[in-house]
Every structure is written in structure tokens, then in C-alpha cells.
Design a protein. Structure first.
Length: 578
């Protein structure tokens, strides 16, 4: 029996070794590219922070991964066989910080003396096209299908206020917040903007607008005033865009492809960027490793779960998975430093603190550098506090240092429906979280003290990490949201830059040569396609995409469902439309 098991084990080991050999050979063959080749990057659908990276993941999900694009362009810019980059822009969903990182990657590629050309079907269709165009404009030239649109419409931030609805259905929102600007519950408690909420939104939208205008103007060698004038006339037709010097030519995709193949009088083989990735870390010759830990989505207790409403990338950030990831990085002697990539609007206080503690323990053993994506706000900022350095993109939504909580009293709605309810309790506050009661005055005071203590703890964490006094932090906290550019001015972050900036700093802190190759290990480990198929996530990840018309409703859902019972939440639901 033992011999039989041993033989089976040996056969399995040989089979696995053969599979690894086949993968290694296929990768080597795939990278036998001809000189004068052009990389073709297609941007369509949602741009995720992290796409599947295993060699056995043959399912191609809808959308792109910023990590795989970064890997492809980072390798191609130093590859003498690659002379150019052709970008095909279909209908991507991009956030401002993501667009800025793509701009940086394109700029790094061009800095190697290589050319970039971009094609767009349209920049918005019945919606906003600022960001897709901003990315395309980072190329040497931009072309568009003749019937395309240039919807460079500026910035829109719409808030929903449903207090009138709750009054009508006789449901009483019972919420409290610590922080003048901590307004996520205003959708339930208000009928219109509060002065603080309007002040916050106007400042945020104004800075975002300025960033988009300045970056677009710089790309097209126009003045910011010229871009503002164009925005005030938008939407424009493709022909109008050509006259306004936003476009260099009008052409269809087949014409674009034919032109790229013979660009500047040379013949260019085309390479799909999805297939052009560097060698897998298993086959890397570098000994030192940098762990890249992705903290993506609304912060929840337990394991990460599929969450298409609240979470960037459709997956929540489970505290169990994050704690395990940091423990793995801490215990791995080959890992010299950690880059913590955060893209989260926050969530549960308990889960945020569990993750923060794990980050802190890891930071005691090796350098941890935070790279903020689209969001690192509220709980997303909480978990960043132990890091040695914090970096944000100029358009990152960050801050929101504040706490809120509450519940809904549905007793009035129940009574209107003819539903009577009674309860027997033992203990003065046994009914405190009961949905059929309001807070009593002592309970309201107790609850406010509770979230107030959480707020003071949050402020103390930030003060310690940012080398500020609690009073200084409180002055810039109050639940207020800032852009990354604003956060740098008030010392909430150490610098502006994307993932590459954070990676360079992590190498420096680990006393490694910033130019030296390192093995990148992405954590937490991703579930394979079979696992996602079994638990029903694969189809949804690949195919579900919310229509633009549903965005206001999804925004309301984000605000409402983020409460999860609404006790002790550090969450930021701000979502500018670009």
C-alpha cells in the first residue's frame, strides 16, 4: 500500500514537473519577438487594480489589469525589439488616479525614444470621456473614428438625499458622526446639501477639474485656458476635435492598424500586450523579493468576498486574507520590503484595526511603503498608518478621517402597515440596537461617546505616523476628503507618485539598488478560475458591468449598504463622475 502511494506521488511529481517545463518553454517561445515590433494595448471595460497572473489562468476576463499593463510596458520600454506602442481605446472605465498612472507609464515608454500612437472609437457616448481622452492624449498622436464623440464635460459630483423618502415611509434614520465633513449618512438624514458637504464637494471637484485640465493641456501642448474653453463647448464631434487640435486625424480602426504596421515607412510586427508579460517570478534570476500586497475593496471582517457594488474590482478586502498576507510577507526571509497597494473607500472599524495591526507587525520586521490607488480614504487611510512612507497619485481620494454609525427605526413603518411588535428585555441597553426603537437620550450619549473614542483613536494613529499633534490632525480630519495633491500640502502623504514610485522607495529602504531587478510576489494569493467558477464568481467577474444610467442608484447602494448595520464604520462613498 505504501509503495503504491509512493509510486503515485512520484508520477504526480513528474507530471507537475512536465507541466512547469511546458509553461517555461511556451513563455520562452512567446518572447521570441522580431526586431521593430510594436506593442498593441487594448483598453476596454473596467480597469482593475489586479488581474489574474497565474500561468494556468486561461480565462480572459473582461477588462484590463493595471498590474499586467504596468508589467508589460515596464518590460517593453527596455526591450530593444519593441519600437512603439499602439493604444486602442474602446470603452474603458477609468478612475482619475488610474489614468494618471497610465499617463506615467506612457511617458516612461516615450522617454526611451519610442513612439506612441492612440486610436479612440469615442471619448464618451452619452456620458463622460475626460479620462479616456486624457490617457490617449499622452501619446504622440491621437486619431478617432469619424463619428466618434469628444465628451470632455468636466467634473460632476451628484449627491442623493433620501430623507423625504424615509419620512414618507415612516422610517427614522438614527445616525451620528464624528467629524464636521463625515457626511456619508447624509443620504439618510438630510434633504439637501449641508454647508460642510457642499464646501467639501466643491473643493474636491475643483481640484480634480484643475488636474484634468492641466494634464490634458500639457499632453496636447495647449494652454489650460484653451482646454477650459473646449470643455465649456463640449460635447464635440470628432471633426470639431480635429479643428480644436485635440485630434491629429480621423480614421477607422482597420486604417489605424494598417498605418501602424507600416509606421514611418518601416514594417512592424504587432504584439498583443496581454501576451507580452515578463517572466513569471518563479523563473526570475533575482534573489531579493518585494511583496506587493493588494488591499482592494470595502473593508470587511473575515474572508474577501465578491462585492460588485461597494468594492473597486468587485471584491471586498477581508481582514483574514490581509492578515495572512502580511504574516506571509513578514515570515519570508527573501522578502526585503512590502509595497501595500490600497484601493479602498474604507469599511468596518474592527476589520480596519485587525489589518492595521498586521501591517504594523510586518513594518517592525521590514519596510512597508503604501501606494494609494483611486481611494485610500477613511478605513483605507486607517490601514495605511503604520507604513514608513505613503504615496498617492494626485487624483487619489484620501483622508476622510472620521467615524459614523447609527441605525434605522422602522417602528413607524411597521405600525403604518398594521404590524405590532413588543419586546421583553433585561438590561438597560438591551434594546439599543433594536430596529424598532430610537436611541434613548442616555443611549444616544453612550453611542456618541463610543464613536467619539474611535475617532480620537484614529486621530492618534495618524498623528503618530505623520509626526503631528492630535490637534493638528483634528484640524485636517473631521471626515474631510482630499485629493492626493491636497493631501501632500497638508502632510497626510509623503509624496505624489504611482506604484513605481512606491516600489523605488521600498527598494531604497531595504538598501537595494533602485535599478536592480527584484522578484515581485503578489499577495494575497488569488483564487484560480476553477475555484471562482465553482463559487459562482467567474461569470459575474467576466460579464457583469453596470450601465451608466444605474450609477446614481449604485452610489446610493454604496452609501446604504456600507453601513452593514451601521455601527462603527469608517467609510467614504465619494465618487466623482469624469
Amino acid at each position: 500500500m505504501l509503495r503504491r502511494l509512493l509510486r503515485r506521488f512520484i508520477k504526480l511529481a513528474i507530471f507537475i514537473a512536465i507541466i512547469f517545463l511546458i509553461v517555461a518553454i511556451s513563455r520562452a517561445v512567446a518572447h521570441h519577438y522580431h526586431p521593430n515590433s510594436v506593442l498593441v494595448l487594448e483598453l476596454d471595460g473596467p480597469l482593475k487594480e489586479r488581474a489574474g497572473g497565474t500561468g494556468f489562468d486561461f480565462w480572459r476576463e473582461h477588462g484590463n489589469g493595471l498590474n499586467t499593463i504596468r508589467r508589460a510596458l515596464g518590460s517593453a520600454k527596455d526591450d530593444p525589439r519593441i519600437v512603439g506602442l499602439a493604444i486602442k481605446m474602446y470603452d474603458p472605465t477609468i478612475e482619475l488616479a488610474q489614468a494618471q498612472e497610465l499617463d506615467d507609464l506612457i511617458a516612461q515608454f516615450r522617454a526611451r525614444g519610442k513612439w506612441v500612437t492612440a486610436y479612440m472609437e469615442t471619448a464618451g457616448e452619452g456620458g463622460f470621456g475626460n479620462l479616456p481622452y486624457m490617457v490617449a492624449s499622452a501619446a504622440d498622436e491621437v486619431s478617432m473614428m469619424p463619428q466618434g464623440e469628444l465628451n470632455l464635460l468636466g467634473v460632476n459630483m451628484r449627491e442623493l438625499f433620501a430623507r423625504g423618502l424615509f419620512d414618507w415611509i415612516k422610517v427614522k434614520p438614527v445616525f451620528d458622526a464624528i467629524g464636521k465633513y463625515k457626511d456619508a449618512a447624509n443620504i439618510f438624514t438630510q434633504k439637501d446639501y449641508t454647508p460642510a458637504q457642499r464646501e467639501e464637494d466643491e473643493a474636491l471637484a475643483g481640484d480634480i477639474f484643475t488636474q484634468v485640465v492641466n494634464e490634458t493641456a500639457s499632453h496636447r501642448h495647449l494652454t489650460p485656458d484653451a482646454i477650459r474653453a473646449i470643455i465649456d463647448r463640449a460635447p464635440l464631434t470628432a471633426a470639431d476635435g480635429l479643428k480644436a487640435k485635440l485630434l491629429d486625424r480621423l480614421e477607422y480602426e482597420d486604417e489605424f492598424v494598417a498605418r501602424v504596421k507600416s509606421y514611418r515607412g518601416s514594417e512592424h510586427p504587432l504584439i498583443d500586450a496581454d501576451s507580452y508579460v515578463g517572466p513569471h517570478p518563479w523563473f526570475s534570476r533575482a534573489h531579493d523579493k518585494i511583496a506587493v500586497i493588494y488591499g482592494i475593496g470595502a473593508i470587511t471582517r473575515g474572508e474577501s468576498n465578491y462585492d460588485p457594488v461597494l468594492s473597486p474590482g468587485s471584491e471586498s478586502m477581508g481582514s483574514d486574507d490581509m492578515v495572512s498576507a502580511f504574516k506571509d510577507a513578514q515570515d519570508d526571509n527573501a522578502v526585503r520590503a512590502v509595497v501595500f497597494r490600497i484601493n479602498s473607500p474604507g469599511g468596518s472599524v474592527i476589520a480596519s484595526e485587525l489589518i492595521r495591526h498586521a501591517v504594523q507587525e510586518c513594518a517592525h520586521a521590514k519596510p512597508v511603503v503604501v501606494s494609494m490607488g483611486d481611494y485610500a480614504a477613511s478605513g483605507g487611510f486607517w490601514i495605511a498608518t503604520p507604513a514608513a512612507k505613503l504615496y498617492a497619485d494626485p487624483g487619489t481620494v484620501t483622508g476622510s478621517i472620521g467615524v459614523l454609525g447609527g441605525k434605522f427605526d422602522i417602528s413607524g413603518a411597521a405600525a403604518a402597515l398594521g404590524i405590532n411588535s413588543g419586546a421583553v428585555t433585561s438590561g438597560a441597553n438591551a434594546g439599543m440596537f433594536d430596529s424598532f426603537t430610537d436611541f434613548t437620550p442616555p443611549q444616544a450619549e453612550l453611542f456618541r461617546n463610543q464613536i467619539g473614542e474611535t475617532y480620537r483613536y484614529f486621530v492618534a494613529l495618524v498623528a503618530q505616523q505623520r509626526k503631528m499633534t492630535p490637534a493638528q490632525v483634528d484640524a485636517i480630519a473631521q471626515g474631510r476628503v482630499w485629493t492626493g495633491a491636497q493631501a501632500l500640502q497638508i502632510k497626510l502623504v509623503d509624496g505624489l507618485g504611482g506604484f513605481d514610485t512606491a516600489l523605488t522607495e521600498a527598494k531604497r529602504l531595504a538598501k537595494l539598488d533602485p535599478q536592480a531587478p527584484v522578484r515581485i510576489e503578489e499577495l494575497p494569493a488569488q483564487a484560480g478560475p476553477l475555484t471562482r467558477l465553482i463559487n459562482g464568481r467567474l461569470y459575474s467577474e467576466a460579464s457583469w458591468r453596470p450601465p451608466r444610467a444605474l450609477q446614481p442608484l449604485l452610489q446610493a447602494a454604496r452609501q446604504a449598504l456600507a453601513r452593514e448595520g451601521a455601527f462603527g464604520q469608517v467609510y467614504c462613498p465619494v465618487h466623482p463622475a469624469l
